[in-house]
Design a protein around this ligand. Structure first.
Ligand SMILES: NC(=O)c1ccc[n+]([C@@H]2O[C@H](COP(=O)([O-])OP(=O)(O)OC[C@H]3O[C@@H](n4cnc5c(N)ncnc54)[C@H](OP(=O)(O)O)[C@@H]3O)[C@@H](O)[C@H]2O)c1
Length: 320
């Protein structure tokens, strides 16, 4: 396993972290708890020490599963969870980073995870109705109480990250980053590199399609996250993905390994959070660490894909 330090912290995290959105099941076509627990066990056995979760994943289910899996392993896992997204009664999602909401959420997360302190607590999405200073004031109090060690943000643009950093020490930014979604490269990733903010990539397999397993367009159930979040499964997005997959296949390794390595090897990326439904996917994804893309290969993939930037494939937003 390769590890890297989150800048300005003592957190040495594995360069592949375990993403747990799929464990929630609700927007990923279901999930088996036993498989989720096995996936965590395999990840930890193989040296992954970094787990990313959130209360919204299965309305607490993913956090509870993580809590169950790490119960007998105090201090062995670096836990990252989030605040600020809440499901309303009608199933839509509310962005809420108000101090009252966070106060309610933190204790629930600690209870579900079965820990007294969360290593990295992240604002999940920007909340246009709460000034970020108010959110951070609440988080700093919670930090002073010892319930969280470090503060991170997710899905913030550069301006909001800078603003947040003026009020508190923000140690990480989590953003969608893959060969299919490279918006962060324009300025966010450079900003993180230059200002010692750890960068956590998500969606680096495009929700699974960058494994190469879908040979024809795929339509999921209407509530499936991949319909609105990863828009690479139909139409122009699908065609572009298939061409990319063909090119990634030329490196003589499984496609998902090349896709993960391309993100992992980008300067400034601290950890690639990869969602794994089961032990087999954990093991398959970890094989990516046995090799690296050469500098020429990285350049070749990067410039080809930049030329082919597809208009009209937009980053999904949570439904409100
Ligand atoms: N901050 C945010 O707003 C945000 C947003 C999205 C994600 N995240 C975090 O980042 C993590 C990673 O993102 P993600 O899970 O959405 O997307 P991802 O890592 O691109 O895709 C994960 C999915 O791909 C499939 N998969 C994984 N490995 C595979 C393999 N070797 N072969 C074939 N299929 C494979 C699995 O789904 P199937 O088995 O169903 O195909 C898995 O659930 C999340 O779990 C979550 O922790 C954060």
């Amino acid at each position: 396993m390769k590890y890297g330090r989150i800048p300005r912290t003592d957190l040495e995290v594995s360069c592949l972290g375990l993403g747990t959105w799929v464990f929630g099941g609700d927007v990923w076509g279901g999930a088996e708890e036993k498989e989720s627990l096995n996936a965590i066990q395999t990840a930890l056995d193989q040296g992954i020490n970094f787990i990313d979760t959130a209360p919204i994943y299965g309305d607490g289910l993913a956090e509870s599963i993580v809590g169950k899996a790490i119960k007998a392993k105090p201090g062995k896992v670096i836990l990252a969870t989030k605040c600020g997204l809440r499901r309303r009664g009608n199933g839509t999602i509310k962005l809420d980073l108000s101090p009252v909401a966070i106060r309610g959420e933190i204790d629930e997360s600690l209870r579900r995870l079965g820990v007294e302190q969360i290593d990295l607590y992240q604002c999940h999405w920007p909340d246009p109705n709460t000034p970020i200073e108010m959110t951070l004031e609440a988080l700093l109090q919670i930090q002073a109480e010892g319930k969280i060690r470090h503060i991170g943000v997710s899905n913030f643009d550069r301006g909001l990250l800078e603003k947040a950093s003026a009020s508190a020490k923000i140690v990480t930014l989590q953003r969608h980053y893959s060969l299919l979604e490279r918006t962060v490269e324009a300025e966010v990733l450079t900003y993180c590199r230059q200002n010692a903010v750890g960068f956590l990539a998500y969606g680096s397999l495009g929700g699974g399609i960058l494994s190469g397993k879908y040979r024809s367009p795929k339509r999921f159930n209407p509530e499936d996250a991949r319909n609105f979040f990863y828009k690479f499964y139909e139409g122009e997005g699908f065609k572009r993905t298939q061409k990319l997959i063909q090119r990634l296949g030329a490196f003589g390794h499984p496609i998902h390994e090349a896709a993960l390595n391309w993100v992992r090897q980008q300067p400034g990326v601290t950890s690639v959070l990869v969602g794994c439904r089961n032990s087999e996917q954990v093991k398959a994804n970890l094989l990516a660490l046995d090799w690296d893309l050469s500098a020429q290969e990285l350049d070749r993939i990067s410039s080809r894909e930049k030329e082919k930037k597809l208009s009209g494939v937009e980053l999904g937003k949570p439904r409100q």
